[in-house]
Design a protein around this ligand. Sequence first.
Ligand code: COA
Length: 158
Amino acid sequence: MDIQVERLTEATLDGAVETIRSLPEFFYERDFVKAEANYREFVSGHKDDDLFLVARSGDQLLGVVGATKRQDADGVYFLASFAVKKGQRGGGIGRRLLESLEGELAARDGRMMYTETTTASYCDSTRAFYEAVGYTMVAEVPDFWADGDPLALYQKRL
Ligand SMILES: CC(C)(COP(=O)(O)OP(=O)(O)OC[C@H]1O[C@@H](n2cnc3c(N)ncnc32)[C@H](O)[C@@H]1OP(=O)(O)O)[C@@H](O)C(=O)NCCC(=O)NCCS
């Protein structure tokens, strides 16, 4: 399969929303609302410090990833709204998307990347992925997302 990684645009916006919404077992409804708002703001050109990328093969959207910049810290980016379509997982698309994103941010002012997930079991595979691509868990905050759902904060130096 010939896969392109490129910036999220108006043309791929609906596919990106559909991709993240196809994974209700990993996200809360409020995450979808925030993801869609982030995608739209980026596409409209109002968030130049942020970066959203998609992976596609022809017309088929396979994955989406983004990062938002912390305005109150030095070269710090937070990963946002990361999803690879169900039938496509485990095939290297997530790694490719993330490495493209990290490369582009490092070439700007990017110093540190963070990602927020959970140590709850519904994200065991997500944590395995982050560890495989070089992230280290630096904090765990109990009952953060909801009671019984802790925050796991992962860090990678760019
Ligand atoms: C997390 C996610 C984006 C990763 O994308 P992906 O395309 O499946 O990942 P890749 O195939 O690129 O995997 C990259 C590495 O992670 C490892 N990995 C991925 N899933 C794994 C798992 N369940 N267990 C162990 N290792 C895993 C792979 O072995 C691979 O290592 P390698 O490159 O050294 O062989 C994707 O699985 C996904 O959409 N998950 C559901 C949504 C989600 O969790 N989003 C993040 C919210 S914070």
